[in-house]
Design a protein around this ligand. Structure first.
Ligand code: PSU
Ligand code: MN
Length: 313
């Protein structure tokens, strides 16, 4: 039995699944506390959990509550998180601070990876990862998600860096830090709201068995960290590129005018893009979170010794 740190508390269901080697998929919670407004935040969290269950895996939503990192929330806890009055947005740098505080906090990709790895979970689904912000070469606003991917061995399945970020600089940074970026049946980096960002991805897999085999080989290397699998949004949910681009450009210039920077930047831009697109960006966001969760469940099933049908590694 693995020994786990005192700050981590697994739900019974998640603990039993991990200890039995059954497939488990972690989910982040900053999208619940900061990324989406009510009631879409709770809706997205529930839809992702349901998609993981339909895919034959156990969902493990991660959040901080009263000094403990919870891995696996009950529906009642999910409701409390979604309605929390003053949640922190927790990344690696403020995880210790959040553990010294009462109330709920949402975990970013970085903090969720830390918790997933400590719990023994290898697969994690979300909508979008953080990245290098536009102008990041000057401002150094580079998400701690990228550093976490470089050091923590978890496979993150998402639609890639959102178009509020600089996709090319994000790919450069991940390459420098040794993080494989893998297209899910695509050679192009998705543009989050749209099927393509105009950038190519360095790797590609066609299915969950190939994804699992790549993870196993990567994790057999010296000091291997995470991998990023980028999944294009389902066709029905993708936005027209012109509308998405226009809204993002406008939101970025509004953010500059309003003096927004640092951790507040991503939530602010997301909510401005939602306003500017009359909620169409939110509909796309919900659909792709659910889609990413479905694919993450398939990867977790392919990685699990109890459910893998072949052992291609
Ligand atoms: N991208 C989204 N929605 C989100 C986030 C990213 O489309 O809610 C959140 C994730 O939790 C991610 C975090 O880890 O924003 C990155 O924030 P920052 O750039 O401050 O590291
Ligand atoms: Mn940042």
């Amino acid at each position: 039995m693995t020994s786990r740190p005192a700050w981590l508390r697994l739900s019974r269901e998640v603990k039993d699944s991990i200890d039995a080697g059954r497939p488990v998929v972690a989910l982040e919670s900053t999208l619940v506390t900061h990324g989406l407004a009510a009631p879409d935040n709770l809706r997205a969290a529930r839809a992702a959990e349901a998609a993981i269950r339909s895919g034959g895996a156990t969902p493990a939503t991660v959040a901080v509550s009263d000094g403990t990192v919870l891995v696996g929330l009950s529906d009642r806890e999910l409701e409390a998180l979604a309605a929390a009055p003053d949640p922190l947005k927790v990344s690696r740098q403020n995880l210790a601070a959040a553990l010294g505080r009462r109330g709920w906090s949402g975990t970013t990709v970085a903090a969720t990876m830390i918790a997933a790895h400590a719990a023994g979970i290898e697969v994690f689904a979300t909508g979008g990862i953080g990245g290098v912000h536009r102008g990041g070469a000057q401002t150094l606003d580079i998400s701690a998600d990228l550093e976490e991917l470089a050091r923590t061995p978890v496979a993150v399945i998402s639609a890639g860096p959102k178009s509020i970020l600089d996709a090319r600089l994000t790919l450069e940074y991940l390459e420098t830090r040794g993080v494989p970026v893998v297209g899910w049946a695509t050679d192009e980096l998705p543009g989050f709201f749209t099927a393509s960002s105009g950038e190519s991805v360095p790797h590609r897999v066609e299915d969950a068995a190939a994804a699992a085999a790549l993870c196993r080989r990567h994790w057999s290397l010296d000091r291997a960290g995470g991998l990023v699998f980028t999944v294009p949004p389902p066709a029905a949910a993708a936005m027209a590129a012109a509308e998405a681009d226009r809204a993002v450009e406008q939101a970025i210039s509004d953010a500059q005018a309003a003096g927004i920077h640092g951790p507040a930047s991503t939530p602010w831009l997301l909510s401005r893009v939602a306003e500017l697109t009359a909620g169409r960006s939110v509909a796309a966001n919900l659909a792709l979170i659910e889609h990413d969760a479905t694919i993450a469940a398939a990867v977790a099933v392919a990685l699990s010794p109890t459910t893998a049908r072949t052992s291609p590694a």
